[in-house]
Each structure stands twice: as structure tokens, then as C-alpha cells.
Design a protein around this ligand. Structure first.
Ligand code: SF4
Ligand code: SF4
Length: 131
């Protein structure tokens, strides 16, 4: 009986070592954040010094994703209802109708999009108070 060694077959698994010297195909999140496209619709922000509490955003939302809630943050003196919108991200489809009908343009969608949580209640989102 004659023995032979399959050199190529034996060494081929070692080719994987070359991967150590290649550029990774993944993103090193969270140290690197993937850039979003221009006009990307991420989470809402609402500049409370401009929001007048009119509830236009709530009225136009076809998914009933917005309810108006009282706030203890500093708000616009013209906000007669003393309420600001809260978004239910279990319902929102990021259509942006709510931002389109906001008279002072205080409600916006920004490029922030990562929200990891194990609590269902965290899907009720208070837009960040941001310009
Ligand atoms: S983006 Fe659309 S679905 Fe989401 S809260 Fe605004 S109007 Fe409602
Ligand atoms: S965010 Fe805009 S549309 Fe909604 S209550 Fe405030 S001012 Fe009105």
C-alpha cells in the first residue's frame, strides 16, 4: 500500500490566516457610526422654546402614534395647552407628516436611529429638545 500526502488540502485551511491582514467588512460600532443618507428620517426632535402645543402633529398622524403630554421642561410661553408631543415608536412609520404640518417647524426628524432597550415602555419616546 502506498501512502501519499495531500499538501494542498492540508495547507488550504491556513489561508484563513490571511484574513488577519485584510480590511474588515464590518463597522466597529459603537466607536464608528455609519453615516446616514441626506434627509434620512430618524428619531424626532422638538425645540420646546418654539413648540406651541397646537397638536397639529397629533391630528395628522394616521398611525395614532402621537399623544400630547404635560411637560415639566421649560416650554414656549405661547404654548397654551402646556403639552408637547410624545411619539410611540411601536406605531410610527417615519412618514414625516407630523413635521410637515408643524407651524413653527419645531418638530424634526434627525439622523439618530439607534435605540436599544429591553423595556417596551421605552418605545414611548419624548423627542429630544434640540434645534
Ligand atoms: S412620522 Fe408619521 S407615523 Fe410617525 S409620528 Fe409623525 S406622522 Fe405619525
Ligand atoms: S410639535 Fe409642532 S405641530 Fe406638534 S404641538 Fe408642537 S408646534 Fe404643534
Amino acid at each position: 500500500m502506498k501512502w501519499s500526502v495531500d499538501i494542498q488540502g492540508t495547507l488550504s485551511p491556513l489561508k484563513i490566516l490571511g484574513a488577519f491582514f485584510q480590511k474588515p467588512n464590518t463597522i466597529a460600532y459603537p466607536t464608528v457610526k455609519k453615516a446616514t443618507a441626506t434627509g434620512y428620517r430618524g428619531f424626532h426632535t422638538n425645540l420646546l422654546t418654539d413648540c406651541i402645543g397646537c397638536a397639529n402633529c397629533q391630528d395628522v398622524c394616521m398611525n395614532n402614534a402621537i399623544d400630547m403630554v404635560k411637560t415639566d421642561q421649560e416650554y414656549n410661553a405661547k404654548n397654551a395647552s402646556q403639552c408637547i408631543p410624545r411619539i410611540d415608536y411601536g406605531r410610527c412609520c417615519w412618514c414625516s407628516l407630523c413635521t410637515d404640518v408643524c407651524p413653527p417647524d419645531s418638530l424634526k426628524l434627525e439622523d439618530d436611529y439607534i435605540n436599544v432597550t429591553k423595556y417596551a415602555s421605552d418605545f414611548l419616546y419624548m423627542p429630544k429638545n434640540k434645534e
